[in-house]
Design a protein around this ligand. Structure first.
Ligand SMILES: [Zn+2]
Length: 614
């Protein structure tokens, strides 16, 4: 079943674990989320936990009997109800854990629900293979015999369309048994880079000796001190360079696994197999890559603008991340941020604002910074719970953007839960980042209307432009590289460190253009990107950003019906395939227009930055 509680993480900088933060017990209740709305107390949680667990053995009796309309309907209703209950148990436990990770009791709750989750998946594991072994007309016969099954038609179709790509029982069992082995390229890479690598010590801005770590790296890359950035860059690639052959080995194994599986499952390519999951046409991917390449001069202009604004003789790879403008010294109380976000999102209509009101007054949001709290920000919930938001509120402008972003996810979940039955309430990642980045887009626009101060305006524009560079250009570069290595392997070429470095280096020069001085280390960047193990996933960040940019333009231009069409996307859940959902809302992602339009917005903001005095 599709019921995985949504856990959508935003890219907000992790706050350092400060010791002077208050204990969780000292936090004011209005700064916390209302977890009690799920279960009044732990006794109620435990009762539900046991109820769900006790129902699991009952599923075995359905196995092999689903080709009977009454049995199938009963099974689907039962699985729906149980998945809602399990979602509540799961969300309750993980929110409790995240609000204070140092609380051992809550960590225990979370571990137990994870286990229950695995048991549930295992109890239902016969379902998909059993359906995928049917003929197409079996389903229409059952729906004719039991019209109530019509409510599950797309859901069932979505399983049956895998039939031509499903292997025999024995082969599927063998593949499943081998799956830890097949995934060992990715897991070895993760262990190697997260656990085994030892990075050198460097000096930070204050001359303090610190150990370089993967998580510190991105913060250090934004440092205003060039020496610090340069040292971090050199230190990072010294280690990756030393292990480049092992990293090439883990990546090559992953690529090979995808290519072997696509042959076994009768797909023309690994990419076709990955996109089949959400029924995304390959034209969507091709259009993204070709549109971005056609306008790659915009990224070259960006690089040249960055070089000019930083005032450096040579722009190096370690100069690509520091902010190009002075940090604006503005501080927002949470109440001010609330008012600002409400004003910025006003174009979305009164009903949208009413949901936001509910989010604030019914305590969806946990904003307190306290000892042991999980860092960063996310939106998380399930069908039977509120769409909760975790923040670590510090009152910076970036925090206001994070709030708008997470509210985008949560209102999306709220509308989709409210409109759809449980089996259609979840939505794919292809749609998820549209709702969040659209809110950020509206907030940027609102601030630019409100603010006259050139420094503050430039700050907002810089955030947008850098966000665009990181989301659209960089993810498209990754998407193109992913395709290149899978095709090369398919042709029988050896995916060695030498091969990867040569092609990545070439691509990096092509993307960033002549203003960026070529550092040989950057050609090794392929070796440290975990996204290359995700299997044709990251292109969705770029298409999502482009789609939200197109929606924002239509909404802000006051185009008739634009707001309602956008809200239909939020209400759709997975009741239809994401490409179809967007098509109904007027965006055809299989044509270049949407990406082209987003690139035009980027160009307009880029031109403002180019024109701004240094
Ligand atoms: Zn997000």
């Amino acid at each position: 079943m599709r019921f995985e509680p949504k856990r959508l993480f935003a890219d907000s900088a992790a706050a350092p674990a400060a010791n002077d933060l208050p204990a969780r017990s000292a936090v004011k209740v209005e700064e916390t989320w209302n977890v009690d709305a799920i279960f009044a107390d732990e006794a109620a949680f435990e009762t539900m936990f046991r109820t769900v667990r006790d129902r699991l053995p009952g599923y075995a009796s359905y196995q092999g009997r689903l080709k009977d309309e009454a049995v199938l309907l009963e099974f689907l209703n039962k699985a729906n109800a149980d998945s809602v209950d399990l979602g509540k148990v799961y969300v309750y436990a993980h929110l409790k854990r995240d609000q204070d990770t140092s609380d051992a009791k809550n960590a225990g709750l979370e571990m137990r629900t994870r286990q229950l989750f695995a048991e549930f998946m295992s109890a239902l594991s016969f379902f998909r293979p059993e359906l995928a072994s049917w003929d197409e007309d079996d389903m229409s016969r059952l729906i004719k015999a039991e019209p109530k099954l019509e409510a599950f038609a797309k859901y069932l179709d979505d399983i049956i369309r895998f039939a031509p790509h499903t292997l025999s029982d024995g082969e599927e069992k063998l593949l499943a048994a081998f799956s830890p082995v097949l995934g060992s390229g990715a897991s070895t890479f993760s262990t190697l880079t997260n656990a085994d690598f030892v990075f050198p010590h460097i000096r930070d801005e204050e001359g303090k000796d610190i150990e370089l770590t993967a998580s510190r790296y991105s913060r250090l890359m934004q440092s205003t001190s060039r020496d610090v950035r340069k040292a971090a860059f050199a230190g990072m690639y010294k280690v990756y360079g030393q292990f480049q052959n092992t990293c090439a080995g883990t990546l090559a194994a992953t690529v090979k696994r995808h290519n072997v599986e696509k042959d076994a499952r009768h797909f023309p390519s690994a990419r076709a197999m990955a996109l089949f999951d959400n029924a995304v046409p390959e034209a969507v991917y091709d259009n993204l890559v070709s549109s971005v390449n056609q306008h790659i001069d915009l990224l070259h202009r960006y690089t040249a603008m960055r070089k000019a604004r930083l005032g450096v003789e040579e722009l190096h790879a370690y100069d690509m991340y520091p902010s190009l403008v002075k940090d604006v010294d503005v501080h927002f109380s949470f109440e001010e941020a609330r008012a600002l976000v409400m004003a910025a999102l006003k174009p979305l209509g009164d009903d949208y604002l009413a949901i936001l009101d509910d989010a604030f007054s019914s305590r969806w949001i946990d904003r307190a910074e306290n000892r042991g709290k999980r860092s960063g920000a996310y939106s998380s919930g399930s069908y039977g719970t509120l769409p909760y938001i975790l923040l670590n509120w510090q009152g910076k402008l970036g925090d206001v953007f994070t709030l708008a972003h997470e509210l985008g996810h949560s209102v999306h979940s709220y509308l989709s839960n409210k409109t759809q039955p449980p089996h259609y309430a979840d939505y794919s990642i292809f749609l998820a980042e549209i709702a969040s980045t659209l809110n950020e887009n509206l907030l940027s626009n609102y601030l630019l209307q409100q603010w006259d101060d050139p420094d503050k305006r430039l700050y907002v524009i810089n955030e947008f432009v850098d966000g665009f560079k990181g989301t659209v250009f960089r993810q498209t570069q990754f998407a193109e590289f992913e395709q290149l290595i899978h095709e090369a392997d398919n042709r029988g070429e050896a995916i060695t460190a030498e091969f990867l470095t040569e092609h990545y280096g070439e691509m990096n020069r092509r993307y960033y253009g002549p203003a960026l001085t070529f550092d040989p280390e950057i050609a090794l960047e392929w070796s440290r990107i975990p996204h290359f193990y995700y299997n044709f996933y990251v292109y969705q960040y770029a298409t999502g950003f482009a789609a939200s940019s197109a929606f924002a333009r239509r909404i802000l231009a006051g185009e008739k019906g634009a707001v309602e069409r956008y809200k239909d996307v939020l209400r759709a859940g997975s009741s239809d395939y994401p490409i179809e959902v967007l098509k109904k809302a007027g965006l055809d992602m299989s044509k270049p227009a949407v990406v082209e339009e987003a690139l035009a917005s980027f160009e307009a903001f880029l031109a403002e930055m180019e024109a701004a005095p240094l």
